[in-house]
Design a protein around this ligand. Sequence first.
Ligand SMILES: CC(C)(COP(=O)(O)OP(=O)(O)OC[C@H]1O[C@@H](n2cnc3c(N)ncnc32)[C@H](O)[C@@H]1OP(=O)(O)O)[C@@H](O)C(=O)NCCC(=O)NCCS
Length: 167
Amino acid sequence: MTFSPLTEHLDTPRLVLTPQVPDDAPWLAELFTARGTGTVTVEAAVERIATMTRTRRDMGIGALVLRDRSTGDALGYCALVVGRATLDEPELAYELLPHAHGHGYATEAAAALVDAAFATGRTRLWSTVRTWNRPSLRVLEKLGFRRERVTTDGAGEIVWHVLDAPS
Ligand SMILES: CC(C)(COP(=O)(O)OP(=O)(O)OC[C@H]1O[C@@H](n2cnc3c(N)ncnc32)[C@H](O)[C@@H]1OP(=O)(O)O)[C@@H](O)C(=O)NCCC(=O)NCCS
C-alpha cells in the first residue's frame, strides 16, 4: 500500500502547524527535559530535529510544530509516528510545553492532524497512552478514539486506542 506524504502545513483557528527547523532546538530541548527523564541539551535537540527531518523524507510521516497563529511562538508538537504501531496504521502523538497545557491546543492540533493522516490514504490510526495520563486520555476521547486493549511493559499498563477513517 502506498500513501501520500503527510502535509507540511496545517491551519487551525489558533495555530499554524509546520515541520521543525533547527531554530526550534532550544524549546524542544526544554520540552524533552520537561519529561523528567534527564536533561536534553540544545545540541542534542538539533540532532533529533535532523533525525525527524530524515524520517519525514524517508517515511512520509513525522511531526509538525504547533505555532501560535498570532505570535509565531512554538507551543509543542503533534506527530504521526510508527511508535508501537506500523507505518500503514501509525500512532498519533502529541507533547506540549508545560506553559501551553490546558488551553485545548493539543485537541485542536491533533484533530487537524488526524484529518491530514486520513488524507494520506490511511484508514486506521492508533495511539498508546499510559493509564495515569488523564489529560492525554481525555484528548483521545475528544478526538473520537476508542479504547481497544491494554498491554503491559516494564513501566506499567499501556492503553491502546484506535480511530477508523470516516466511511
Ligand atoms: C497531553 C497533553 C498534550 C494535553 O495537552 P492540552 O493542550 O493541555 O490538551 P487539551 O487542553 O486539548 O485537552 C486536555 C483535556 O484533559 C483534561 N484534563 C486535564 N487534566 C486532567 C486530569 N488530571 N484528569 C482528567 N482530565 C484532565 C482537560 O480538562 C481537557 O479536557 P476538557 O476539554 O474536556 O476540559 C499535555 O498535557 C502534554 O503535553 N503532556 C505531556 C506529554 C504527554 O503526556 N503526551 C502524551 C503522551 S501519550
